[in-house]
Design a protein around this ligand. Sequence first.
Ligand SMILES: [Zn+2]
Ligand SMILES: [Zn+2]
Length: 330
Amino acid sequence: MLSLLRSRRFAQRCPPKSKQLLTSYFFSTTSATDHRHGSKCSQPSPPPIQVLLTESAGRGVFATRNIESGELIHTARPMISHPSLSSIDRVCYFCLKNTPKGSDFEAQKVLFCSEECREQAKGFYEVEKEADWSAFVAHCQTRALKYPFLAKRLACMILSGITSANSLDILQPALLSPQMISQMEEELGLLKSALEASGITSKQLKFLTIEWYSGVLARIRINAFRIELAGGCSYEDLLASAALSVESEAAVGNAVYILPSFYNHDCDPNSHIVWVENVDARLKALRDIEAGEELRICYIDASMDRDARQNILSNGFGFECRCPRCLLND
Ligand SMILES: [Zn+2]
Ligand SMILES: [Zn+2]
């Protein structure tokens, strides 16, 4: 399995949906100016970006004004997130923030960092907690699969009515081989039977087809971000996470966002995405950016040499990188 900063396809061949649909995704984002103290604006100002079609790479994100190096361009809340199995006893089940185990952990086996997260998690947790997931978890654990947990959470969100079955359709899907799809049948069967046994009716589960499941996984596969928290930890937490990264993986979980998925890749990017204390993404400028310039992030470890980068981008994301750095053979 490739260890990728994120999994996403560069070439985006679908035209964007209607203008209205694209702008609706900005509701989950805020620009840096929203957080200024004493701001009298009642309406959050839109982030200084727009999503446009590029000539060769499908959709891209462009600056609508000059952006200074270090500026927070916008934040984004995930559409779906899930902790990694190795982090489940130390991070919030909703926002992935480091969270001490409370007294109710033994009973519930999940943690929430705040009442707000517990409240927001009701959108999937009310459905999820009624089912026995042991067979599904064991199946994924033995195969080191992490993405089915995002699909499971999305299915529970759909069943509780907070989102629709086609909510990820706007994202570019990966190409899946028939063999990959047939492997997904077993996961889907376990997901379905756990929900059925919890009393969900077959009418409610009608959306849970292999077409739906493989379509969701195809999108999660190249659009999910691996979440590594950059800060907000005590020294003890840092030591613990250093030990953990040796033992298992440093990521606290995975998440799918809409707007951040529209950023294209560059091996020498002008922007980057960071997570400070939880799953809320912060898109920041790495250098001065001019109005009209495309904002690009690096999907992989930029310190690798050209061949290694090309290899990962081609096998993991399905495109050949033709960024200025790659063209210079750097
Ligand atoms: Zn939380
Ligand atoms: Zn490149």
